[in-house]
Design a protein around this ligand. Structure first.
Ligand code: KIV
Length: 295
């Protein structure tokens, strides 16, 4: 089968996808992941046949209106994960470990990932970084928690990367990234997100790994692609990354819908008779009589 083969029309919702399915897909078919932060969006994405849903800490920006992801707390992540899990039957649900919930120590990583899985209901966690977090990845996988890595532009470290910028433009930086990816694989990651990398660098990393890469701004040669749903549908107007594609502008359509509601309420064309509940005429007359209403 070609890696470009479209998914089968029939989706089996009785068999949730697993991390093993993701690893086995490498070289056979392209994987898909999108972010979801609430029940309704998760349900739509799951019904559409996405392989993985990510409760990303990008929710700090697109759902909570903050300027970056570093202020997102574990409790906030758990809150959103609990909503997303309700709408997810088939896709593999992955939750982001927030900033400083895993970097500090292996035991912090274990304790916090256990909460994300236990209270949040996700079936895998994602964390950012390479060599420095490999011991955490190893310990989590050993404890039974599947881990997705995240290399390249790691938004939690944007402050030291000089902002949200393309990474690995030099051979040396790209070489370190390849080593980091191999180390994450060796530590037990089932997949690695590659964010904002030159496409040829992502292609080299992808070719050297046995586990799938999931690109976001990393070109077409990754084993799968991940997008932020708010970027896909024009729901976040502050910033549209060059690498994301807007499939349609639901944001503009929603704004128009709100404007129409405002004018229909003003001109009293909403609610119309079909939106109203009725009462039997005799009950209405009796009510008026009870109230002494002569009309
Ligand atoms: O938080 C997030 O949405 C992510 C994606 C950019 C992969 O990590």
């Amino acid at each position: 089968m070609s890696v470009h083969t479209a998914p089968k029309a029939e989706l089996d919702f009785s068999k949730p996808l697993t991390t093993v399915d993701m690893v086995q897909a490498k070289g056979k078919r392209s994987l898909t992941m999108v972010t979801a932060y609430d029940y309704s969006m998760a349900q739509l994405a799951d019904q559409a046949g996405l392989d993985m849903l990510l409760v990303g800490d990008s929710l700090g920006m697109v759902m909570l209106g903050r300027k970056d992801t570093v202020s997102v707390t574990l409790d906030e992540m758990i809150h959103h994960c609990r909503a997303v899990v309700q709408g997810t039957k088939r896709a593999l649900l992955v939750g982001d470990m927030p900033f400083m919930t895993y970097e500090t120590s292996v035991s912090d990583a274990l304790k916090n990932a256990a909460r994300l899985c236990g209270e949040g209901g996700v079936r895998a966690v994602k964390l950012e970084g390479g060599h420095d977090v490999a011991p955490q990845v190893r310990a989590l996988v050993k404890a039974g928690i599947p881990v997705c890595g995240h290399l390249g532009l790691t938004p939690q470290r944007a402050a030291v990367l000089g902002g949200f910028k393309v990474q690995c433009k030099s051979a040396q930086a790209a070489q370190i990234l390849v080593q980091d990816a191999l180390e994450l694989q060796d530590a037990g990651c089932f997949a690695i997100v590659l964010e904002a990398l030159p496409a040829p660098v992502a292609e080299i990393v992808t070719a050297r790994l046995d586990i799938p890469t999931l690109g976001i701004g990393a070109g077409p040669h990754c084993d799968g692609q991940v997008l932020i749903c708010h970027d896909m549908f024009g729901l976040y107007s502050n910033f549209q990354p060059k690498f994301s594609k807007q499939y349609f502008n639901a944001g503009a359509a929603i704004r128009e819908g709100f404007k129409t509601f405002v004018s229909e309420v003003a001109e009293k064309s909403f609610p119309a008779p079909e939106h109203c509940f009725t009462i039997k005429d005799e009950e209405l007359q009796e009510l008026k009589a009870l109230l002494g209403d002569k009309a």
